[in-house]
Write a protein that binds this ligand. Structure first.
Ligand SMILES: Nc1ncnc2c1ncn2[C@@H]1O[C@H](COP(=O)(O)OP(=O)(O)OP(=O)(O)O)[C@@H](O)[C@H]1O
Ligand SMILES: [Mg+2]
Length: 294
């Protein structure tokens, strides 16, 4: 796997600035579409997550407006849009993380595998086992590397298989080689990029169906970013990945579908990533992705 990372790193640094989480850099559709065409999209088109007429409010303020979207299984869906347009809010609806915010109210439907996650009989804790989340800032528990990854397994009572699953998750998260022999050390002693991969290992240890990622690489350097991108590509063979990013090149590189949110929490365009980055339907989308506003 490390060879693979090396290759991608070399291939991804031609312009020098493409790892920065900034949006106000002018770029042409032509450059973006070069990134977009590198991804193959021969995958299942079965919808795993579907929102219908989704509105989200914080008090009286509406953060998400009538969003209908169908997120395909085992593909990478990128959510892009300017700051404050509701990307994190939308992502958190999918596994009901917004439940934890008192003033937040959700209307409409979020179906996961045909079942509305807001139905009364859905247990949000069980839901989050199937739909894991990774945040912008890596947040390992103040525990050993091993215990971080084992945490969810123990909560689920999977005690017999902990050892094997911890190793497998660390391997899949492309971290095992680097930290072999150090599993008893604190997760907080790892570098930022390693901590983020540890959080990904923790999220996949319980074998969820979906991994939500909210700007998982924006605090990382270009090499760590490229490792995370490679990892996302690998994970999407088995998992459905929904990722928020401010980095247009990253969205173009790693995703199959792209959802463009604009101010007011409106989903303006949702389509195959190559279509969005080569020939978007809406002028506002083109202006946004080419850095004319952000
Ligand atoms: N906990 C909260 N309480 C009240 N309002 C909130 C809360 N979280 C978000 N909002 C508001 O909801 C809107 C959408 O915020 P959100 O964090 O989803 O945007 P975002 O697209 O993720 O932005 P960014 O790119 O800066 O992360 C904003 O107007 C924000 O102020
Ligand atoms: Mg956000």
């Amino acid at each position: 796997m490390s060879d693979n990372h090396q290759t991608t790193t070399d291939a991804q640094t031609p312009t020098g600035d493409d790892s920065d989480p900034i949006v106000n850099v002018s770029r042409s559709l032509e450059d973006l579409s070069k990134e977009a065409t590198t991804r193959t999209t021969s995958r299942s088109d079965r919808t795993l997550i579907e929102t219908r007429d989704l509105d989200v409010y914080y008090g009286d303020e509406r953060a998400i407006s009538s969003v209908d979207v169908e997120i395909p299984e085992r593909q990478v869906t990128a959510l892009i849009g300017p700051s404050g347009c509701g990307k994190s809010t939308f992502l958190r609806c999918i596994n009901r993380m917004n439940d934890r915010i008192d003033v937040c109210r959700v209307e409409g439907q979020v179906e996961f595998d045909g079942k509305n996650v807001y139905d009364e009989d859905v247990d949000p804790v069980a839901l989050r086992r199937e739909i894991g989340i990774v945040f912008q800032q890596p947040n390992p528990f103040p525990k050993s590397i091993y215990d971080n990854v084992a945490f969810g397994l123990r909560v689920q009572g999977l005690d017999d298989e902990v050892d094997e699953r911890v190793h497998r998750a660390l391997e899949r998260a492309a971290l095992l080689e680097e930290i072999e022999g150090r599993l008893d050390e604190s997760g907080l002693e790892l570098s930022g990029g390693q901590q983020q991969r540890l959080c990904i290992a923790r999220a996949i240890a319980t074998d969820p169906d979906v991994i939500l990622m909210d700007e998982p690489a924006s605090a990382l350097d270009p090499i760590a970013t490229s490792r995370i991108e490679d990892l996302i590509d690998e994970l999407s063979e088995e998992y459905t990945v929904v990722i928020v990013t401010h980095n247009m090149q990253q969205a173009a590189r790693i995703s199959d579908k792209t959802a463009v949110f604009l101010t007011g929490g409106e989903l303006v365009e949702f389509d195959d990533t190559d279509k969005i980055f080569e020939n978007p339907e809406h002028q506002r989308v083109e202006d946004y992705i080419t850095g004319k506003f952000g």
